[in-house]
Design a protein around this ligand. Sequence first.
Ligand code: SF4
Length: 56
Amino acid sequence: MSTERANRCIECSITNCEHHCTGSDFCSLDHIQVGTHEANPTMYECTDCMSFKMKG
Ligand code: SF4
């Protein structure tokens, strides 16, 4: 999948993700899945992008 195409509905600053758009702070995927590592999430730090994939 090309990472040149920015999905402007999904802003993201995680540049070491395989799906990060080259040159701008957007995700290149059509959609992502957001999840949590907490039993009872109460703030944004509790949430995770489950579509993250380490670059390289
Ligand atoms: S998959 Fe998640 S972490 Fe990776 S660029 Fe897209 S929104 Fe960011």
